[in-house]
Ligand binder design. Structure first.
Ligand SMILES: Cc1cc2nc3c(=O)[nH]c(=O)nc-3n(C[C@H](O)[C@H](O)[C@H](O)COP(=O)(O)OP(=O)(O)OC[C@H]3O[C@@H](n4cnc5c(N)ncnc54)[C@H](O)[C@@H]3O)c2cc1C
Length: 308
């Protein structure tokens, strides 16, 4: 209930104003976000690589309504890919790139988004790495998967994301697994209606487990994005059962969340990738993280009270 209310309130300009100007918010932002610039992101990537972790970088921002803004986000990603490549951070896909299709113009038309994503894929390839398209609100899912399928003809390593909360996801996993695609499986961070999504936690978790089984049994490259200890354990068990080599799948977690678990898995020989956001437009990302964790929310509300 609280999660739903907070996600709905994330559209409120008044709340945005309150959150982005509260001084104590900065401490929470800093724990989830690498910094404002590509250089900040590269610096944190270097540190994560030194700790044996893989990285996927996200330039914060979404739901772009302006073609010039979509082009500017695309240019930022192209520059970022160049910087990562020049630093040798992309070797073997060690640092890759995550793109939100709505940030590069999905809601301006699929043509705009497709061309922008194509440019980012080309820059990533030039730098020796790959791109994954994030999954966003329900209206963006179908066009995102279509763009990914189209671009995969030229960029076979273009990854996509499945949200276990969606009723369609098991079928999507089956289709993607049979093509041997790189698929990130997450629970889903958006508030969707009953008609298209499971809303009870246990139903989302069961769907995650079913999707996980499909992906782990398929010929593709599963990327299991969760901090949930039970699902991480099931992933390990399924890897043994299906005889998957440690380099044929990876765990993914968000920057700042369960860092000790990230290191533990990496030290055991697993591939672990950290999702690392950077940039000034952190508001929507932060609200989704607050909605996932009541303890963070309580801290944040206290900070608001003390500044109002
Ligand atoms: C690498 C990665 C990429 C993602 N990409 C997408 C995407 O493209 N589209 C999308 O919709 N969603 C994405 N997500 C978000 C995801 O859908 C979930 O909202 C988020 O990961 C929380 O779910 P969980 O699986 O960790 O399980 P939960 O049941 O939410 O959490 C399990 C445990 O993890 C810890 N934890 C979880 N969240 C937090 C937090 N915010 N702060 C501190 N501890 C926490 C707690 O210990 C909690 O008990 C991504 C997540 C990851 C890890």
């Amino acid at each position: 209930m609280l999660r739903r209310a907070l996600l709905a309130a994330s559209a409120s300009n008044r709340l945005r104003q309150l959150i982005t100007t509260a001084p104590q918010t900065r401490a929470i932002v800093d724990s989830y976000v690498a910094g404002e610039t590509a250089d900040d992101a590269v610096r944190v990537t270097r540190a994560l690589r030194a700790a044996g972790l893989l990285v996927t970088l996200d330039y914060l921002g979404e739901d772009t309504k302006d073609p010039a803004q979509a082009a500017a986000v695309t240019d930022e990603y192209i520059q970022l890919a160049g910087k990562l490549g020049a630093e040798g951070l992309t070797e073997g896909g060690a640092a890759e790139i995550s793109v939100k299709p709505t940030a590069v113009g999905l809601f301006l038309g699929t043509r705009t988004a497709t061309e922008n994503i194509r440019r980012i894929c080309a820059a990533a390839r030039e730098a020796g790495t790959a791109v994954t398209l994030d999954a966003e609100e329900f209206a963006a899912i179908e066009p995102t998967l279509r763009i990914a399928a189209q671009l995969r003809a030229d960029y076979h390593d273009l990854g996509c994301v499945i949200q276990a909360c969606l009723r369609r996801s098991e079928a999507d996993c089956r289709a993607l697994a049979s093509y041997g695609v790189r698929v990130r499986l997450c629970k889903g961070a958006y508030d969707e209606p009953e008609s298209v999504a499971f809303t009870a936690r246990r139903d989302v978790d069961s769907c995650y487990a079913r999707c996980l089984r499909i992906l782990m049994n398929g010929p593709g490259y599963p990327m299991l994005a969760t901090h949930d200890p039970r699902l991480i354990q099931i992933t390990g068990a399924l890897a043994m059962l299906t005889g998957r080599a440690p380099d044929s799948f990876e765990y993914q977690m968000l920057y700042g969340i369960r860092p000790a678990e990230q290191r533990r898995l990496a030290n055991e020989g697993a591939r672990v990738r950290v999702y690392l956001p950077y940039g000034g437009d952190w508001y929507a990302y932060l609200v989704r993280r607050l909605a996932e964790r009541p303890r963070n929310l309580a801290f944040f509300l206290r900070s608001l009270r003390s500044t109002s």
